[in-house]
Design a binder for this molecule. Structure first.
Ligand code: PGA
Length: 251
């Protein structure tokens, strides 16, 4: 059985006090959510305070990104995965489409970040997803399998237990346009097949694949009914504790 993961990606929103307020409001609202892992990803500067205040609760903290570098060193502006772990993170998101599009992240950088995340003791939520133009050209599967294989290159069998894949079609992120549960299911099943071919059927059966892109309280239940959808990566609707709690408590 794959335990679902519902993760809120706060992106570059919320000051420290606003983030803390949301986190503390969320905590009691999801206290009985034992059916899934609950994760929030605040900005770097808020992680330590929020992680400290959530300690002992069932809400875990994620970084939104980490350095490609494993070791500390002269890399101005970067934050290493082990430093995220040091301040209370359990997870890190890598390869989000905004990083790929706005900061020119390549599959090889995503791959290095994935390795860095694992060696820093984190579970890595690696994002993949095609653009609208790529979907319209009929190459969505090629794009996603390329990102998947490129991003996961060189991982060993034990590493795979620390990997979560998030399928986020770029055309559904922040647009209000969600993939239908069937569209998402089709790609999730494809991702599981590609993962099985690249690694093993056993590892693929254990892999959690999250859907992301305009997930809301109104559409989460339909998505979660699909056999290969194992949770969600939520942007906009995770910014308010009440709406994110409704998503977490979809059951
Ligand atoms: P959205 O963002 O839920 O606002 O579409 C999802 C994401 O970017 O992870």
């Amino acid at each position: 059985m794959r335990k679902p993961v519902i993760a809120g990606n706060w992106k570059m929103y919320k000051s420290l006090s606003e983030g803390l307020e949301t986190a503390l409001a969320l905590k009691p609202l999801v206290a009985n959510a034992n059916h899934c892992e609950v994760v929030v990803a605040p900005v770097f500067t808020a992680i330590k305070t929020i992680a400290d205040r959530l300690e002992g609760s069932n809400v875990h903290v994620s970084g939104q990104d980490c350095s490609t570098e494993i070791e500390e060193g002269a890399h101005t502006g970067e934050v290493a995965a082990f430093m995220l772990r040091d301040v209370g993170c359990k997870y890190v998101i890598v390869g989000h489409s905004e990083r790929r599009q706005l900061y020119a992240e390549t599959d090889s950088m995503v791959n290095r970040k994935t390795h860095a995340g694992i060696s820093g003791g984190l579970t890595v939520i690696m994002c993949v997803g095609e653009s609208l133009a790529q979907r319209d050209q009929g190459i969505a599967e090629n794009v996603v399998s390329g990102q998947l294989q490129g991003g996961l290159r060189g991982l060993t069998a034990p590493d795979l237990d620390r990997i979560i894949v998030a399928y986020e079609p770029v055309w559904a992120i922040g647009t209000g346009r969600t993939a239908t549960p069937e569209q998402a299911q089709e790609m999730h099943a494809f991702i599981r097949r590609v993962f099985a071919e690249g690694h093993s059927t056993e590892a693929a059966e254990k892999l959690r694949i999250l859907y992301g892109g305009s997930v809301k309280p109104e559409n989460i239940a339909g998505l979660m009914k699909q056999p290969d959808i194992d949770g969600a990566l939520v942007g906009g609707a995770s910014l308010r504790a009440e709406s994110f709690a409704k998503i977490v408590n979809y059951k």
